[in-house]
Design a protein around this ligand. Structure first.
Ligand code: DC
Length: 220
């Protein structure tokens, strides 16, 4: 099976690029952030003590998480409930950053990601894809941009989806989340040694796609 890993901080445009690329190449696209968001959505609503690892493991064991690829969209279900829209809320972004640092959560989702990658030609985006999940990926891209560009993109996206937010809050949350994701002990956000870094600061989507196009040319 062929695989492409795309990692980078939040708001770098990973999912937009991965979606377009997957269509072009006929690969499955897996948004791994959505997996962390869904588990976090469930745990947040249960309001449990996260230090109780036995309880946490039992909850995870009994959790059904399903991804369905409908038309061009990835729909995600937790215990048969479609949470695809709810997991995009800013409080779930923060919760996902917090809960994704927990070893039991990562182990549970590690297995899911590996299972999917074994059965499909795949593009996965996340934080640890090139380093931990797909260390032998055929191509690894680290997509980044400066904080202001990433904040502006995320702000526009959230506004477009009808969310009532302000730019300062988006910036504060993004800084906090990136710091947390890149300094945690287990599988932090890191550039894989063999990743190609694309800094999209000041780039339009077209320019980013052109650059990615040059990288994949003749490879798949
Ligand atoms: O990609 P995203 O913003 O939807 O991800 C939400 C959070 O999930 C992110 O802040 C950190 C965590 N995450 C992770 O730890 N590892 C991944 N592969 C993907 C996401």
């Amino acid at each position: 099976m062929k695989s492409i890993a795309i990692d980078g901080p939040s708001g770098a445009g990973k999912s937009t690029i991965a979606k377009i690329l997957s269509k072009k190449l006929g690969f499955i696209y897996l948004d791994t952030g959505a997996l962390y968001r869904s588990i976090s959505y469930k745990l947040l609503n249960m309001n449990i003590d996260l230090n109780d690892d036995i309880l946490l493991k039992n909850i995870l064991k009994d959790t059904k998480i399903e991804i369905k690829f409908i038309d061009d969209n990835q729909k995600i279900y937790i215990d048969d409930i479609d949470v695809s829209d709810n997991i995009r809320r800013p409080e779930i972004s923060m919760a996902a950053s917090k809960f994704s640092a927990i070893d039991s959560v990562r182990k549970y989702l590690f297995k899911k990601q590996i299972d999917i990658s074994k059965k499909n030609n795949i593009i996965m985006d996340g934080r640890d894809i090139g380093t931990i999940i797909l260390p032998n990926a055929d191509l690894k891209i680290f997509l980044t941009a400066n904080l202001d560009d990433r904040v502006n993109r995320r702000y526009k996206e959230l506004k477009k989806n009808g969310m009532d937010i302000n730019l300062e809050d988006v910036k504060r949350d993004m800084e906090k989340r990136d710091n947390h994701d890149s300094t945690r002990k287990i599988s932090p956000l890191k550039i894989a040694q063999d990743a190609i870094i694309i800094d999209t600061t000041g780039y339009s989507l077209e320019k980013t796609l052109d650059e990615v196009g040059l990288i994949i040319k003749g490879r798949f």
